[in-house]
Design a protein around this ligand. Structure first.
Ligand code: AKG
Ligand code: FE2
Length: 286
């Protein structure tokens, strides 16, 4: 059946813009938040001068000690990370504790210096996300009086690994007690930068199923039934190249990253974002 109107669920609508023309998408994040659009891809968000040295360092012996395996033991889903995210993992099913997250966030600046040297990837992310939000301020939210949340974390999917179908609405985890109360929690958007696309596979696939929809297709293992999503639901495969940044409504839409194929790991950095209830600023974190 190729007639997409015969497919189930919510329609999926992605826009694409070049990083030099962000003004064309100055309303993108509000449109995604309002449920009028699913996502936006920013081509060339990270220039080669920022991307290429980081990719080399992330794969170097000098950084071997920095990588963690938060999903160790999860067959096929063993992502590697530098820095923790405020999400459930196979080793912390209810997400990181406040103290554990605090310690990880404290290591962010030094980890980032080891990967990017004197370059400032967070300033670049802030610029791009702000541009998709009409130029309003974008930065990590306050964690307490002195500290902020981690702006992002670093991720590697090795050949054969994938991210299984899920949606990202993690505001119920303990660590979100530290999220400023004026931020909108009606959904959370995901964003990430492709630092190194794999030879093949490793694609972000978004389905027309929302996490809030009744009776999602489930396997007896309580994982989402990806074969049913593939067969029946609206589906969009994102074309993401080196240096591209994608923002999408991961809080509502079920999505996955397909198994990486070839010899090299898929490398990304990213996190989540939301906007203030009064729409005055944007907050991003991992
Ligand atoms: O590929 C990544 O870094 C994360 C994919 C994902 O599940 C997300 O962005 O929510
Ligand atoms: Fe996700």
């Amino acid at each position: 059946m190729t007639d997409s109107s015969a497919r189930e669920g919510h329609p999926i609508d992605f826009h694409t813009v070049h990083a030099d023309a962000l003004a064309e998408q100055r309303d993108a994040i509000e449109a995604i938040y309002a449920g009028q659009r699913s996502g936006v891809i920013v081509r060339g968000a990270f220039p080669e001068s920022l991307r290429a040295p980081a990719v080399e360092r992330l794969q170097s012996d000098a950084l071997v000690d920095a990588w963690d395996e938060p999903n160790a033991g999860m067959t096929g889903g063993e992502i590697r990370t530098i820095g923790d995210a405020a999400t459930p993992t196979f080793t912390h099913l209810r997400g990181p504790s406040i103290d554990f997250y605090d310690a990880s966030a404290a290591a962010f600046a030094e980890n980032t210096r080891r990967i990017f040297g004197d370059a400032d990837p967070v300033a670049r992310v802030s610029h791009v996300l702000s541009g998709l939000f009409g130029g309003r301020p974008a930065g990590p939210p306050a964690f307490d009086a002195e500290k902020t949340w981690s702006p992002c974390n670093y991720r590697a999917l090795d050949p054969g690994e994938q991210i299984y179908s899920h949606h990202d609405n993690h505001f119920g985890l303990e660590v979100y007690q530290r999220m400023p109360a004026d931020l909108d929690r009606s959904t959370a958007l995901s964003w990430f930068v492709t630092l190194q696309a794999p030879d093949a596979g490793g694609e972000l696939v978004v389905y027309g199923l929302w996490g809030s929809d009744p009776n999602p297709p489930m396997l007896p293992t309580r994982f989402l039934d990806t074969a049913a999503l593939e067969a029946r639901f609206h589906k969009h495969t994102c074309d993401l190249r080196d240096g591209d940044l994608v923002v999408f409504d991961a809080g509502r839409y079920v999505h996955r990253v397909t198994p990486v194929q070839g010899d090299r790991p898929r490398l990304t950095l990213g996190g989540f974002l939301t906007i203030a209830q009064d729409r005055s600023r944007l907050a991003f974190w991992a």
